[in-house]
Design a protein around this ligand. Structure first.
Ligand SMILES: *[C@@H]1O[C@H](CO)[C@@H](O)[C@H](O)[C@H]1NC(C)=O
Ligand SMILES: *[C@@H]1O[C@H](CO)[C@@H](O)[C@H](O)[C@H]1NC(C)=O
Ligand SMILES: *[C@@H]1O[C@H](CO)[C@@H](O)[C@H](O)[C@H]1NC(C)=O
Ligand SMILES: *[C@@H]1O[C@H](CO)[C@@H](O)[C@H](O)[C@H]1NC(C)=O
Ligand SMILES: *[C@@H]1O[C@H](CO)[C@@H](O)[C@H](O)[C@H]1NC(C)=O
Ligand SMILES: *[C@@H]1O[C@H](CO)[C@@H](O)[C@H](O)[C@H]1NC(C)=O
Length: 495
């Protein structure tokens, strides 16, 4: 999708290695976030005197947040969007080199441009409706290289962070997908989380978050610490203005968080590999403006000037989005215990099961005729819920100074999202392997829960062979059941 930041059209990968780096935290912060984070590393040279690792981490996060400045965001947005830089063009390559140089200056350990040969199609003015695939056979002057800088370690995150800026997103998420395929084993075994950055601001009304349920608690606690940028909410937190404007109402008394769909670079990480993912942006009021995105989306009028004049003249919404993304990345990389919560997953699973169950109950006689029941799925969710509850109560007594205990629960937390992956994928969609979430089959941008069951039930009355249609529903319920049951077991105490 489009980026107001205009930062996805080149490939840059950066690594910061933590001293105790066991796990990789992968993320693609917007340019704003990463440039500032690069700057922040030296800043943390002065260590805090407190001995509580969690307090130290939180005070460092505050200092990091204080370094984020609206005027810098404005400056970078202007600079990066000045020249058109379509994927695969010389301008795009030069911009990537510029970012690489700046990141090195900021002291990141390693900054590399990763080259992939990808077939791209460009519009042809004289034949606008003619589409062809042209193999450029290595015509592009891209380079690969590795540079290691940064000898003076000051503050370092506990876990490795990778900052990635993806190329060729509009052409089919190519940069992120190629990179994830190349690094698939590392990612499967070591990735804790992926935070996406795209379209920081699509309106000036309130915050919009799409993420794995594992991240809900972290998002809520961070937004309670960030001041609201909204008029009429002076002195209030972002959480409060967000809660008032976008209440979850029927599900719970908290700000609403959406499911991840696709149409963006988190897809391969979340939907294919099962890495807990999230994204944040500022958005318009969904009640007043019912259209998707915003009017100038993907047009040539989408410039930094339009942000200056209409969308975010003070860059205060950009700043808040940078703080949310940056705060997520910071805590995921730095907290001793990975800040995931499995209990929110449990309550969402119940919520999602109710949705497919209600779809099914519209066909009561068929449920009887073909002996279809959701009982086993509810049983698995109940078992998952018990496991999640006892896992979190054990966490309270954990000896955080015992590295083996810490390692053990962090592995359980890190691999929980992975446990929802079915290697066979969804019917007809082998790259969508998450059993709980997938892009909707009817709108790729939107997320669907229990997609296998949902798709089997969708419009089922119009299927000609009713027996095989309901057999497929049963098959999908079984897959969801054993997946949830098995995922819950990974949270049991390790003997
Ligand atoms: C953007 O920043 C780079 C690096 O500081 C500079 O070389 C370049 O001239 C700037 N471009 C514009 C359009 O301001
Ligand atoms: C556009 O299409 C025409 C007709 O196929 C072709 O002659 C021309 O080279 C194309 N232009 C570009 C820029 O590819
Ligand atoms: C920004 O907020 C004002 C006041 O709420 C509203 O009238 C305006 O339409 C918003 N601008 C955009 C671009 O959403
Ligand atoms: C959110 O909705 C719940 C349920 O209707 C309600 O009790 C609560 O007061 C609402 N919260 C806010 C901040 O509007
Ligand atoms: C219906 O399914 C249940 C298990 O879910 C099984 O015990 C029962 O025998 C089945 N009945 C028929 C008629 O297939
Ligand atoms: C849930 O746990 C109970 C008790 O261990 C077990 O009997 C039941 O089969 C489990 N449910 C599923 C779906 O495996």
């Amino acid at each position: 999708m489009l980026r107001l930041l205009g930062t996805d059209d080149y490939e840059v990968g950066t690594r910061i290695k933590g001293i105790t780096a066991r796990a990789i935290l992968t993320l693609a912060l917007g340019a704003v976030g990463f440039l500032l984070l690069g700057f922040i590393i030296g800043w943390f040279a002065k260590s805090s005197g407190s001995s509580n690792p969690s307090q130290v981490s939180q005070s460092m996060r505050k200092e990091f947040w204080d370094e984020l400045k609206a005027e810098n965001i404005k400056h970078y947005l202007y600079n990066f969007s000045r020249v058109p830089h379509l994927a695969g063009t010389e301008e795009n390559f030069l911009l990537a080199k510029q970012i690489q140089t700046q990141w090195k200056e900021y002291g990141l350990d390693q900054v590399e441009l990763t080259h992939y040969d990808i077939l791209l199609s460009y519009p042809n003015q004289s034949h606008p409706n003619y589409i062809s695939i042209v193999d450029e056979k290595g015509q592009e002057a891209r380079q690969t290289g590795q540079t290691v800088v940064h000898e003076k370690a000051c503050w370092r995150p506990r876990r490795t962070m990778i900052f990635a800026s993806w190329d060729a997103e509009e052409f089919g998420l190519m940069g992120s997908t190629e990179w994830a395929e190349e690094n698939v084993k590392l990612l499967e075994h070591r990735a804790v989380a992926y935070i996406n950055a795209d379209s920081s601001v699509e309106g000036n009304y309130t915050l919009k978050i799409d993420c794995s349920p594992l991240l809900y608690q972290l998002v809520y606690s961070l937004t309670k610490e960030i001041p609201s940028p909204d008029e009429g909410f002076e002195g209030k937190s972002l959480y409060e203005s967000w809660h008032q404007k976008y209440n979850w109402t029927d599900f719970k008394d908290a700000p609403r968080i959406n499911k991840l769909g696709s149409g963006n670079d988190f897809e391969v990480f979340f939907q294919r590999l099962g890495i807990a993912s999230g994204r944040a942006r500022y958005t318009k009021s969904s009640k007043e403006h019912r259209y998707n995105g915003y009017p100038v989306y993907h047009s040539i009028y989408e410039t930094s000037e339009i942000v200056d004049k209409f969308y975010d003249p003070l860059y205060k919404n950009h700043l808040v989005v940078a703080k949310v993304r940056g705060g997520l990345v910071f805590d995921l990389a730095n907290e001793v215990i990975i800040p995931f919560n499995a209990q929110d997953y449990a309550s969402e699973l119940k919520n999602y099961a109710d949705i497919v169950n209600n779809m099914g109950q519209k066909h009561k006689s068929q449920l009887d005729t073909y002996n279809v029941s959701f009982y086993a799925l509810y049983s698995a969710i109940e078992n998952f819920t018990k496991s999640a509850t006892s896992f979190h109560s054990r966490l309270k007594d954990l000896d955080v100074k015992n590295p083996l205990e810490v390692r053990s629960v962090n592995d359980q937390l890190m691999y929980l999202e992975r446990a929802f992956i079915d290697p066979l994928g969804l019917p007809g969609r082998p790259f969508y392997r998450h059993i709980i979430f997938a892009p909707s089959s009817h709108n790729k941008y939107v997320g669907e829960s229990f997609p296998g069951i949902y798709d089997a039930l969708f419009d089922i009355e119009s299927k000609s062979d009713q027996r095989s249609a309901w057999d497929e529903v049963k098959r999908q319920i079984s897959i969801a059941t054993f997946t949830v049951q098995a995922a819950g077991q990974t949270l049991e105490d390790v003997l």
